[in-house]
Write a protein that binds this ligand. Structure first.
Ligand code: AN0
Ligand code: CP
Length: 318
């Protein structure tokens, strides 16, 4: 595997989950695979889980790991070609990328949507430049439009907990005080549809996602109706995708917060969220602390999804 930015890069999902569960049984079975190989993780944005789980995954495979926080200690990077660089940015991405590539074997990149220029975000300009100019396999650690390592971990978690072959999976929008990207919800719906689940997305009007990601899912503006009979409830905030409101907050309606009355509408559903989560905005204390909450095992599976992806990349280096 030479790139991992979207669901199709991982191929057959059943095989990928089976491989992930094998790794989970013995995560040190491949400690020789990464010997003398270096992973470079590049963060343009903050992270707790991705940073730690991906580093742990690489260490499980015997790799060396370097982490660069671009906004803390590196030169400020210009990302647009053709700009006269007379401002505060000292270096261009077009030099920085091949230089970074020369020090490592595999690159992970986190670069969130700016939420200002929709075409810049949806063309994935930053990650695509890494793919084009680094000369290394590149995987997304959440890019502008997707967070595939998260969705892969979510899929593993659902496969471990589902009680029926084709569970009803409901992704609900929930309120948040700051504008967030569509990356997590885009990927989640795309992966859950690809897995063959019965997928419903519920959100207030105006929060429609790019149909490229939601194709195959039902859309319902009535949250209570959507939640009826759900086996898994996945809460997430996102900002508007549709023009002319791209990147904007259209609602902070707290009646969308997932609470125990909403969970009572479901088929005793499990509660999921990628974290970090704002309690009592997205989900109430009692729901996230309930026995049905999977947020911690879900986060723990990030190590497994990352290890599966990095393992496949190491195997194709040979
Ligand atoms: C980010 C987002 O919503 O994309 C990262 C989630 C993994 N969340 C925040 O910025 C709070
Ligand atoms: N879920 C997730 O990607 O978390 P971090 O932003 O902390 O990495």
């Amino acid at each position: 595997m030479n790139k991992f930015t979207t669901v199709s890069d991982i191929g057959d999902l059943k095989k990928a989950v089976a491989e992930a569960l094998e790794i989970k049984k013995d995560r040190f079975a491949y400690t020789d695979l990464g010997k003398n190989k270096t992973l470079l993780m590049i963060f343009f944005n903050s992270s707790l889980r991705t940073r730690l789980s991906t580093q742990k995954a690489a260490m499980n495979l015997g790799m060396n790991v370097m982490v660069l926080d671009v906004n803390q200690g590196a030169w400020k990077l210009e990302t647009e070609r053709g700009v006269i660089m007379d401002g505060d940015k000292a270096e261009h991405l077009l030099e920085a990328i091949p230089v970074m590539g020369s020090y490592c074997d595999i690159i992970g990149v986190r670069s969130f949507a700016g939420l200002k220029d929709k075409s810049e975000d949806y063309e994935e300009r930053v990650v695509e430049q890494f793919i084009k100019y680094s000369g290394r396999p590149v995987f997304s650690m959440e890019a502008a439009t997707g967070h595939p390592l998260q969705s892969f971990a979510d899929l593993i978690t659902i496969e471990e907990h589902k009680k029926t072959e084709r569970p009803k999976v409901v992704m609900t929008w929930a309120p948040h005080p700051r504008a967030l990207p569509q990356a997590v919800p885009n990927s989640f719906v795309q992966w859950m549809v690809a897995a063959g689940y019965d997928v419903t997305v519920t959100h207030p009007e105006g929060y429609e996602l790019d149909e490229k990601f939601t194709a195959g899912a039902k859309i319902d503006y009535d949250q209570d109706r959507a939640l009826a009979g759900a086996d898994f409830v996945y809460a997430k905030n996102w900002s508007a995708y549709a023009d002319p409101n791209y990147g904007k907050i259209l609602s902070t309606d707290r009646s969308w917060t997932v609470d125990s009355a909403k969970m009572a509408l479901t088929n005793n559903a499990f509660f999921m969220h990628c974290l970090p989560v704002r309690r009592n905005m997205i989900v109430t204390d009692d729901v996230i602390e309930s026995p049905q909450s999977l947020v911690i095992p879900e986060a723990a599976n990030r190590e497994i999804s990352a290890q599966t992806v990095i393992k496949r990349m190491l195997e194709s280096l040979k």
